[in-house]
Design a protein around this ligand. Structure first.
Ligand code: TYD
Length: 143
């Protein structure tokens, strides 16, 4: 099934936060949120200044992107519209639906980009060339 998506389906979600003077806890638990059940967690770290990550879309993967430490910008693009989301708190997550081109830029020093994903890694789920992404979007029923 092909997912017809747009950036307005990608929202910043405030996650559960337990305040504690000795340090806070944020929880994302399967079955207790509206997005997806997590099958994979990965994180980007030691990102050199000026690096850009992402630069691809997924055909079926849902993700929640969290700035677990530091900050960065996520540029999301549905082939028609783009927006830049600045993430700088560990209790906010950017929910990304399938069919969205994303780039992650402006990493602060020491930033950790934590990603919760709905599926295990599959290279065949990636669209890695922007021209292929545009063709994919334009060949959709509503494209
Ligand atoms: P990629 O998703 O392209 O990185 P980014 O979008 O953050 O720049 O992944 C980079 C490499 O890591 C690529 O060779 C695939 C590999 N990889 C895995 O093996 N498993 C994973 O879960 C992820 C996210 C990447």
């Amino acid at each position: 099934m092909k997912f017809v998506s747009n950036i307005h389906s990608c929202n910043v979600i405030e996650l559960t936060k337990i305040h504690n003077p000795a340090g806070n806890i944020t929880i994302v638990q399967n079955g207790e949120n509206e997005f997806f059940n997590t099958k994979r967690v990965y994180y980007l770290y030691d990102v050199p200044g000026g690096s850009e990550r992402g630069g691809h879309a997924h055909k079926g993967l849902y993700q929640l992107i969290i700035a677990a430490s530091g900050s960065f910008d996520v540029i999301i693009d549905d082939g028609r519209n783009k927006k830049i989301v600045h993430l700088n708190r560990p209790y906010y997550g950017l929910y990304i639906v399938p069919g969205i081109w994303r780039e992650i830029v402006n990493f602060s020093s020491g930033a950790i980009c934590l990603v919760l994903a709905s599926e295990k890694y599959s290279e065949s789920d990636y669209i890695r060339e922007y021209t292929d992404f545009k063709n994919y979007v334009n060949s959709s029923p509503n494209g």
